[in-house]
Every structure is written in C-alpha cells, then in structure tokens.
Design a protein around this ligand. Structure first.
Ligand code: NAD
Length: 309
C-alpha cells in the first residue's frame, strides 16, 4: 500500500508516518513545505519506502506527476496549526488550510483517491463548563482564524463528497500531547519555562479547559477511520480526559519539583475559547477504536524527565 501524507514533518504527521512505516507493506510519499516547526530528518531509516517531496501543498498538481499514480490513499495533515500565529498573521492560515486543502482535494478528485482530512475540535467553538461534549452533528462556531480556516476546509471537503463523490473522511481531534511537539505549543512552553527558570505564561485565569489525547492514540484513530469509516462522514477523536490549563501547569510544577511562584498570569488570548470537549462515541462504535494511552500524568512525568536531561 502506498499512501500520500501531507504535512508529515509536523508533530502529528511524523508520528502517523512512523506508525504506518512500522507496517512492512506500507510506503509513504510525504509532501511538506518544511516550515519553522518541521522535523526534517524524520523516517530516513526507512530507505526507499519513504520519500519526502519538499513542497507547498498548493503545488501538489505540479509535483505529483504520473510516477505517483499508484498512491492508494491520502492523509491530509498539513496546516498552519498554532492559534497565536493566526492572531498575529492570519494570511498563511488561509493559504495553507483553505486554499491548500482545496488543492489537495482537487488532486484527490482528479485522480479518484480516497482522502482523510485531519481536523480539530476547535471548529465547534467554545463550550461552557456545563455543556455536553460536541457531537459530529453540532454546528460549527469557530472563534479564531485557525479554527475558521479548518472549518472552511472541512466544509469544502464535505462539498467534494456531495458534489463530486470524492471519497472524503474527516476526523476532528482534541489537543494532542507527545514527544517532538514544537516549542510554541503549551506543554513544551511549560517545561522550557521550568528549565530556563522563567515564568510559565498562563492566559487569563487559566480556567480554560481542553481535552487531551496522546498523539499515538490520535494516529491510531486516523488509521481506524480511514480503514473502517464511511465516506462523507465526520469522526470526533477524543480521550475523554479534560483538564484546565491551570491544572496542567500545576501538575508539571509538582512533578518538576518547583513551586507556584513559577506561574505568571498574562493577558488573555483574543477570542480565547473556554472549553472544548468531544463526544467520541461514533468512531468507537463504527471502527472499534478506543484510546490506549489514557494516563496523561504519566506523560507529564516522562516529559519532565526528558526536559531535565
Ligand atoms: P504542526 O504545525 O506540528 O505541523 C504541520 C506540518 O504541516 C509542518 O511540517 C508544516 O511544514 C506543514 N505544512 C503547513 N502548511 C503547509 C503547506 N502549505 N504545504 C506543505 N506543508 C505544510 O501541526 P500538527 O500539530 O502536527 O497538526 C497536524 C494537523 O492536525 C493539522 O491539520 C492540525 O490542524 C490538526 N490538529 C492538531 C492538533 C494538535 O493538538 N496539535 C489537534 C487536532 C488537530
């Protein structure tokens, strides 16, 4: 089986590629523009089962010639992914997440390839602390340019299924944790601050709640959805484990052996959503997937050990 991965040098895409290349009969073509957060050396040990095409996905029609006609399936991870960057400079989010996804969909349509679009819980917008978890049928109410660009991509993808019959599946996952996450994200920020003995910046009052999943569970779920999911459907991927930013920081501080003077409450992020939470019963029921690595405290301990080295 030959798969096309977009954004495979990112945090989640690289984990997905490793999972796939562990299967002896899989080979991968990865299109990634190699941006500031990319892991450029990933998967080199897999020899000719792995090929990196260093390109923007907006060039997909030009860089994938007939040599790649044997691709069986597309996994679309590439995106600008950091909300804060979408506040300081929104345009790259439109170029990569909206126009870029459109071009990958066009490739899938023209070459009749099944495509799985990796999306996010953020498209549902903010929940209050008492709201029920979001289901796939809930309306989209994105708050940031990041989440609205992802919601736009989801809608275009669904229209490709409806209008052209393109074999589209969408997955929407909660916050991921795992090794090799780029330093701009929350968990690396916490441990880099502890290591450098600088204050850990916490937006607002720190009460914002996120659902957290191990990146390996996310990748297994993407694979399960691609193999057992139905075209034209959306699948939420969550762990059921929710915690506030403040709780997470306090856990890290305790494991590190620091005290709460390491925290600094900073001006809240513009449009900061209070809570995301997913109802993931559909993917569990239809594919049999369920999360395996459900102990986030164990990861916080592992991360602490890694940063101390
Ligand atoms: P990341 O920022 O770590 O990696 C993104 C990768 O995509 C990078 O290697 C980058 O170079 C590449 N890329 C971006 N724009 C591109 C373009 N125009 N052309 C080619 N390559 C491009 O992101 P991530 O955290 O690994 O997220 C991967 C996907 O998962 C994204 O679609 C994101 O929206 C989604 N997602 C992430 C999370 C999370 O917690 N990180 C949660 C849910 C969904």
């Amino acid at each position: 089986m030959k798969i096309l991965v977009t954004g495979g040098c990112g945090f989640i895409g690289s984990s997905f590629m490793e999972l796939m290349l562990d299967k002896p009969d899989v080979s991968i073509v990865n299109i990634d523009k190699l941006s500031y957060c990319s892991n450029k050396n990933i998967c080199k040990q897999y020899g000719d089962r792995y090929e990196l095409i260093p390109s923007d996905i907006n060039e997909i029609a030009n860089v994938l010639n007939e040599k790649y006609s044997d691709i069986d399936q597309i996994f679309h991870f590439a995106a600008e992914s950091h909300v804060d960057n979408s506040i300081s400079d929104p345009f790259p989010f439109i170029e990569s997440n909206v126009t870029g996804t459109f071009r990958v969909l066009e490739y899938a349509r023209k070459h009749n390839k099944p495509i799985l679009i990796v999306s996010t819980d953020e498209v549902y917008g903010s929940l209050s602390l008492n709201d029920k978890p979001s289901t796939e049928k809930d309306p989209l109410k994105p708050s940031s340019v990041y989440s609205s660009s992802k919601a736009s991509a989801d809608l275009i993808a669904l229209s490709y299924f409806r209008t052209f019959g393109t074999k589209v599946i969408i997955t929407r996952c909660c916050n991921n944790y795992g090794v090799n996450q780029y330093k701009e994200k929350f968990i690396p920020t916490i441990f880099n601050s502890l290591k450098n003995e600088t204050k850990i910046p916490i937006y607002g009052n720190g009460e914002n709640v996120r659902e957290w999943i191990n990146v390996l569970d996310h990748c297994e779920a993407v694979w399960a959805a691609s193999q057992k999911g139905r075209f034209g459907e959306i699948y939420n991927i969550g762990s059921g484990y929710e915690c506030s930013n403040l709780e997470l920081v306090k856990k890290a501080i305790k494991v590190w052996g620091a005290d709460e003077s390491s925290m600094s409450f900073v001006k809240d992020r513009k449009g900061h959503d209070v809570r995301y939470s997913l109802d993931s019963s559909k993917i569990k029921k239809e594919t049999g997937w369920s999360p395996k690595y459900t102990n986030m405290d164990a990861f916080v301990e592992l991360a602490s050990g890694m940063w101390k080295k």
